[in-house]
Design a protein around this ligand. Structure first.
Ligand code: NAD
Length: 336
């Protein structure tokens, strides 16, 4: 059985689908701080099989002992965490508590209950903004906000835990920019309140929930002046997790690998691709640059291909179509 922390969240819910469809038994642990329990029903509808679900917090050590003692957990996919950069600047202690203390509790429980493998959600935000493109796994790391620093701390904590017990196995997966949704339109990214990421914002503007998209920075040294990112379809991303999990279950070691497409797409290119894929209009305006944003970021994907034999299959058009289908199907309850 695979314990999926944060399994009702955006990436975690898609991982539950990919894991179930790959034949794994799934147990979700989520405190529902950024998701709803209804997601479990939707996963069950897609897969024809319902993951086990426990509502709870990864910082609750007695609950973790109970969960890992009560189920035969072979590995953990660890998605639970807070992820909004701006919020992390305003509430750093909440981020250190949730992300760092939470993961510390999980690693401790893992060691006590002798669970030997973990796949961990890291982020391309750990790379120093001055590194050249494409970003390879050995590029220098330097975070520029508290959220990124929690990922740096956690990458290091995992490395130390592995070094102390080389009979364990960890994959630290550095995501680029996950977008899109499952093709059923039943699960997707459902931000509570104001969206922090570009694609949910684009969807909400296209749906008329928000008036227009502000594009931060039109004077970067890029193809059209707007920021360039490596957007990756969430289903490709979670398929990468399943391959990484199999790798961890089959061997001992510490793997650090980028999950991206290796292709950069500018914000304006994404907006235009969205409009033409979905036949709708996304009103937008160029505004000033935002503090902390880099001009461009895309992945060197060679290691993922060489070590995991994994590569992405879905393009920008599919990302835009699937995001829009999810927007149309999902309720508007969190959009205001
Ligand atoms: N979405 C991205 O763009 C992105 C990029 C890079 C890395 N990541 C990382 O991937 C992971 C998943 O991101 P997501 O986009 O699915 O976020 P999400 O907010 O949709 O999902 C996270 C889930 O974890 C749960 N959770 C949070 N704190 C918890 C706690 N203490 N105990 C139990 N459950 C808790 C939330 O309720 C939510 O369901 C995060 O660690 C995030 O930092 C995300």
């Amino acid at each position: 059985m695979i314990l999926v922390t944060g399994g009702t969240g955006y990436i975690g819910s898609h991982a539950c689908v990919a894991l179930t469809q790959a034949g794994f038994e799934v147990l979700v642990l989520d405190n529902l701080s950024n998701s709803t329990a209804g997601v479990i029903d939707r996963i069950a509808r897609i897969c024809g099989r319902r993951p086990a679900f426990i509502e709870g917090d990864i910082r609750n050590e007695s609950l973790l002992a109970q969960v890992l003692g009560g189920y035969r957990v072979d590995a953990i996919m660890h998605f639970a965490g807070l992820k909004a950069v701006g919020e992390s600047v305003e509430q750093p202690l909440q981020y250190y508590d949730n992300n760092v203390v939470g993961t510390h509790s999980l690693l401790k429980a893992m060691r006590e209950k002798r669970v030997r493998a973990m796949v961990f959600s890291s982020s391309a935000t750990v790379y120093s903004p001055t590194e050249p493109m494409p970003l390879s796994e050995c590029a220098a790391r330097r975070a520029s906000n508290p959220y990124g620093r929690t990922k740096l701390v956690l990458e290091d904590m995992i490395e130390d835990v592995y070094a102390a017990d080389p009979d364990t196995s960890f994959a630290r997966l550095r995501y680029f920019n996950p977008v899109g949704a499952h093709e059923s339109g039943l699960i997707g990214e459902n931000p509570k309140g104001f969206p922090n990421n570009l694609m949910p914002y684009v969807c909400q503007v296209a749906a008329g929930v928000r008036e227009k998209l502000s594009v931060f920075g039109g004077d970067y040294p890029t193809v059209d002046g707007t920021g360039v990112r490596d957007f990756i379809h969430v289903m490709d991303l979670v398929e990468g997790h399943v391959v990484a999990l199999r790798h961890c279950l089959a061997s001992r070691g510490l793997l650090t690998v980028n999950l991206g497409t290796g292709q950069g797409t500018s914000v304006l290119q994404l907006v235009h691709a969205f409009e033409s894929a979905n036949g709708c209009v996304v009103p937008h305006e160029l505004v000033g640059r935002r503090d902390g944003d880099v001009a461009e970021s895309w992945a060197d994907t060679r290691l993922a291909r060489e070590v995991l034999g994994w590569r992405t299959k879905r393009g920008i058009e599919e990302m835009c179509r699937d995001s829009w289908r999810w927007q149309l199907n999902s309720t508007q309850e969190h959009c205001t």
